[in-house]
Every structure is written in structure tokens, then in C-alpha cells.
Write a protein that binds this ligand. Sequence first.
Ligand SMILES: CC(=O)SCCNC(=O)CCNC(=O)[C@H](O)C(C)(C)COP(=O)(O)OP(=O)(O)OC[C@H]1O[C@@H](n2cnc3c(N)ncnc32)[C@H](O)[C@@H]1OP(=O)(O)O
Ligand SMILES: CC(C)C(=O)C(=O)O
Ligand SMILES: [Mg+2]
Length: 496
Amino acid sequence: MMERIYVFDTTLRDGEQVPGCQLNTIEKIQVAKALELLGVDVIEAGFPVSSPGDFNSVVEISKAVTWPVICALTRAVEKDIEVAAESLKYAKRKRIHTGIGTSDMHIKHKFNSNREEIIERAVKAVKYARRFVDDVEFYAEDAGRTDNEYLARVVQAVVNAGATVVNIPDTTGYCFPNAYGAKIKYLVDHVDLKNAILSTHCHQDLGMATANTLSGVLNGARQVEVTVNGIGERAGNTSLEEVVMALKSHKDLGFDTNINTTKIYSTSRLVSTLMNMPVQPNKAIVGRNAFAHSSGIHQDGVLKNVETYEIIDPKDVGIDENSIVLTARSGRAALKNRLTLLGVDLDNGELDDVYQKFLSLADRKKDIKDDDILALVGKESRMNRIQIDYLQVTCGVGLRNVASIGLNIAGEHFEASATGNGPVDAAIKAVKKIISRETVIQEFLIQAINRGSDDVGKVHMQVEHNGMLYYGFSANTDIVSASVEAFIDAVNKFVE
Ligand SMILES: CC(=O)SCCNC(=O)CCNC(=O)[C@H](O)C(C)(C)COP(=O)(O)OP(=O)(O)OC[C@H]1O[C@@H](n2cnc3c(N)ncnc32)[C@H](O)[C@@H]1OP(=O)(O)O
Ligand SMILES: CC(C)C(=O)C(=O)O
Ligand SMILES: [Mg+2]
């Protein structure tokens, strides 16, 4: 019998505290609906007293979402609690999350107070919140640095006052997994929790948020507070996808969540795009390289049996398939596999020959494309049918954005012009006029590599055509050109 772990998502509250990640109400509703489809149990929708915009978002999310509990954060302050209760008016299931700092550091320096007064304020806040809702979660901020004996007194007091969930945040990401687990165990052993459950809320300052969260679960916590892609204050929060997939991959531990894991990747993309926070390529579960194999020994193993180097089936998290990336570290097995996929069969002698040519190319060129491989075996490239002859854009303040483009498609020259709401929009519209295919750009990410104005812009794009997604990439000091090149790179993957 599996034991249920409740997933409390705070992407829209702790995640949204990150500079540059602020969302408007419509975008927050989009994320909340995606979280509902993902199957989270609780959505922390905001901190309503903080601004009219955040208040309004909690109201609208409460209306838009049906089954997850909607939670609003407050300080241990009556006004905050009243405003939170008002913002949750339309929620079908609602929770107020109130609390106060409990470490000596917070008690002394933030509140100029003492331990007994803090317990009184905590109890008062929980009782006040219970006047408005039946489900009240209490957070002991900086519990990670709070001494266990005092923390147990706080937890007992708030449970007696009516808290249904008690959150034990490692606010500063300070704890080691054994210490955090021991803290949870101490509370389980020394507090009469009645029907209340303990919750983890870990931060990533030392890179241990997921480990600490799992240690909390192993020691008795039954709710985990997480964010999509691990976004959050400073180095971030525990990432939802890591904890959920860790529990799923270790079924022997006997824990289950309600998460539909096949929605993980699409939710990650949505949050990354709306919040303008690129996911690092090597991010566990959702990073671009999470299921990419680039060295020969791994590629050979994966081609023989995928489980040699994969502990998760990419389909389980909503990614179609793994990828074998050809690099100067690849071996013959990977090259032969790619050639077979491209319709080229070679005997071992021929393969050896091509492999030597491949290595000398790969030592010079980092990004080996399929048409490079085809060129090595003397086959005419089916790829890159479309090439840019020229691109000219006019843009600026007070000017119309106009682009003219000349394309070479299989040797023939085509031209078109278009206007748009910016130079990229105008240029891509001009390309679309020529290729006349139904395409929708589903993902468009421009990344700077360093911070100078002379930087190279990397563009990653996913283009939908006939229900399939095609990936395009380019890098250029001119981001309009890079965008058009990435679009054409994707289109070249489906044009005949
Ligand atoms: C660990 C976390 O993630 S906690 C959540 C963090 N999120 C946010 O802070 C976002 C929302 N915050 C805000 O919009 C504002 O800070 C507000 C509306 C809450 C408060 O604004 P202001 O009244 O201008 O206060 P300000 O931000 O300057 O200082 C915070 C005050 O809250 C007090 N406070 C902090 N936490 C708590 C708490 N849990 N319970 C009671 N009081 C608290 C501080 O002691 C300070 O009080 P003081 O002014 O008497 O010293
Ligand atoms: C407000 C609390 C739950 C928090 O985010 C923290 O302590 O990190
Ligand atoms: Mg936090």
C-alpha cells in the first residue's frame, strides 16, 4: 500500500518572488490551470496583502481552478489574514498559510522579540485564521536554523490552536539532509500532531533542497512544498519534478503523489517561457540535455539497452524520446545508428573510413548536423533546402517594422516583405509568405551568453507543423538574423 505525499506548489508565490519572474493575472491563471492538470494538491497563489495585483490574482485563480486547494500566504498579522481570507472568497477549497520566524536570528534581529512572545503571536495568528477557514497552515520561518526543542514547542502550540498543516521551512537552505530529516523526526517524536501533517519547504542555497525534502519525507513529512523548475528566492526552491520523479523512480520507498508525470515537461516549458527563466541545459528531468547522450560509451550502451544509462523513460515526463548527439566523443555505434536513420547502410570497412572523416570534422565543428554526416558519405543533403540569400530589416522608435527577405529554396530564388510588431515578427512573417506552410512557433527563447552589447544571441525555437514539433537553433550577434535562422532550421526539418 503506497502512502500519499501531498504536493504543494508555490511557483506562483515563492517562485514569483524572483526578480524578472513576475506574471500578470492572465499568465498566473494559465500557470494555475497547468498546475491543476499536472495534479498538484495545493496551489499557493500569492501573498494577497502585498499588492492589489497579487490580491486580484488570488481572486481570479480561485475562480478559475476547480479541485486543488488554493492557498494564500500571510504574515502573523491580522490585516494580512483578513485580506487573504477575502481573496479566497471564490475558492472551492481554501487554505490560509500564516506564520512567523522562529530562529533566534529572526526573533532577535527581525522582530526584536523573545521566544515566548513569538509563540503567542503564532498561536494568535492561527486562531485568527481559523475564524475564516478550516484549513490553516503555519510556517515556522527559518525552522532550519531553529533549535529543535523550541521548534517542537512552537509546533505543539500551533497544532493546539488549530493548524492543520505545519510547515518546517529551511528558509536559508542551510541544513544537511541528515539534520533536516532528524528535525522532522524530532517533531514527529516529540509533538502530539493530532491530525496535522508536517510539510517540507526547502531552499537550494547549498544545492540540497531535493535531498532535504526527501529526507523530510523519509522521516515523516507528508506534504512537500515545491516549484516548477525549482525557481524561487535566491538559488531557488525544491523542484517539483525532481521530488516527484525521485519518489516515482524509488517505488520501493512506498510513496505516491497525484502528479500526472507526463505533464511535467510541458508545464516546465510554460513556466520557463512565461517567467522568462531559461532552464539550465543540465537541469535534472527537464533540462535540454537531461535525456541526451553525447559520449561514445554511453551512446553504445543506450543503443544496446536504454536502461544502461537512463533511469527514467523520457515519455514518463512528457518528452518524446532521448537523443544521441554526435560529437567528437562519439564512437562508431552512434555514427552507424545515425547513418541508418538517414537511410545509409555501410559495411564495417566503409564505416571505419567515414568515422575517421567524422572525427576530424567533429574536432573542428561542435554542432554536427545530419547534412554534415550525409556530406561525409557523399550523399546529397536532404536538409537545408532553404537558405537565406539576404535579410534586411527596418526598425526603431517611431518607424514601422519592415523586413525583406530573399530565400534560396533548392536553387530557386524567392523574395517577400512583411511588416510586424517588431523586427523579428516582420522577418518571420516574410519567411512564412514564401514557404506558405501552416506553422506555429510554440517556443522561442533568446539567450545571451555573456552580458556585453557585443554578445552572441542563441535562439532556440520549437515550431509546430501538422501536429509535430520541430526544433530549430541558431547563434548570431544579430538576434533578428539568429531568430530567422532558427526558424528556417526548424522548417528545414519538415520541408520536402
Ligand atoms: C521567506 C519568505 O519567502 S517570506 C515571504 C516573502 N514575500 C514577501 O515579502 C512579498 C510580499 N511582501 C510585501 O509586499 C511587503 O513586504 C509587506 C506588504 C508584507 C509588508 O510591507 P511593509 O509594511 O512596508 O513592511 P516591510 O516589508 O518594510 O517590513 C516587513 C515587516 O513585516 C514584519 N514581518 C516579517 N515577517 C513577519 C511575519 N511572519 N509575521 C509578522 N510580521 C512579520 C517585519 O518584522 C517588518 O515589520 P517592521 O516594519 O515592524 O519592522
Ligand atoms: C514563507 C515561508 C513558507 C517561506 O517561503 C520560507 O520560509 O522559505
Ligand atoms: Mg521559501
